[in-house]
Design a protein around this ligand. Structure first.
Ligand SMILES: O=C[C@H](O)COP(=O)(O)O
Length: 248
């Protein structure tokens, strides 16, 4: 069976109730490709609100969580809490968490492990900086970040989507070319085949993220190893529907 196209909208720290109503109404109006899975990543404080107004066909994700179910971790939220308000996904290891908040591979892995154990599905993000790409280290970085996730994911690959997001393409308007993205996705799949299993490599969905728009989504989405997108800025706009429908 083929890999189902999966499009995530990562709102980051954007939106208020008015804007959220507009975004959700736009998604309800669609129409959305029934063959695409859609997950929206919303600020934690709005998870319950979004869950209460969005159709059940659209997944709702937190954008981060902590690695324990409860306790003295001021300001954090747990996978148990995310599930308790009805959401079933979490985005982990986003480059903004890694660079701005200093999250290292091992912490991301611990969070992924706990989120999966708690029954959440995970969008796990990886990707190189511009400096790393220019130094020819793209594969080294992406493989290192993925390697850290292997023991955390264990037998839970069915509940994981990988998101390859080159940091230099995030919010910059500089999209990776379809060939650049396809090349990394294909090498990652190849690496997974040797380091996880051929079956995992074949079935895991790998999203591309970084300045995806309605204009470039079709060409990117047509690449054989690109199984969806993780969309930032454009997920707040009506064009998100066209991105979801990119492979229709
Ligand atoms: O999680 C989404 C990515 O950071 C991409 O953001 P962007 O589409 O605004 O470049």
């Amino acid at each position: 069976m083929g890999r189902k196209f999966v499009v995530g909208g990562n709102w980051k720290m954007n939106g208020d109730k008015n804007q959220i109503n507009e975004i959700v109404n736009n998604l309800k109006k669609g129409p959305l490709d029934p063959n695409a899975e859609v997950v929206i990543g919303v600020p934690a404080i709005y998870l319950a609100y979004v869950k209460s107004i969005v159709p059940n066909t659209i997944g709702v994700a937190a954008q981060n969580c902590w690695k324990a179910p409860k306790g003295a971790f001021t300001g954090e939220i747990s996978p148990a809490m995310i599930k308790d308000v009805g959401a079933d996904w979490v985005i982990l290891g986003h480059s903004e968490r890694r660079t701005i908040f200093g999250e290292k591979d091992d912490l991301v892995a611990e969070k992924v492990a706990h989120a999966l154990e708690s029954g959440l599905k995970v969008i796990a993000c990886i990707g190189e900086t511009l400096e790393e790409r220019e130094a020819g280290k793209t594969e080294e970085v992406v493989f290192r970040q993925t390697k850290a996730l292997l023991p955390a994911i264990g037998n839970n690959w069915a509940n994981v989507v990988l998101a390859y997001e080159p940091v230099w393409a995030i919010g910059t308007g500089k999209t990776a070319t379809p060939q650049q993205a396809q090349d990394v996705h294909a090498s990652l799949r190849n690496w997974l085949s040797s380091n996880a299993s051929p079956d995992i490599a074949e079935t895991v969905r790998i999203q591309y993220g970084g300045s995806v728009t309605a204009v470039n989504a079709k060409e990117l989405g047509a690449c054989p190893d690109i199984d969806g997108f993780l969309v930032g800025g454009a997920s707040l706009k009506p064009e998100f529907v066209d991105i979801v429908n990119a492979t229709q």
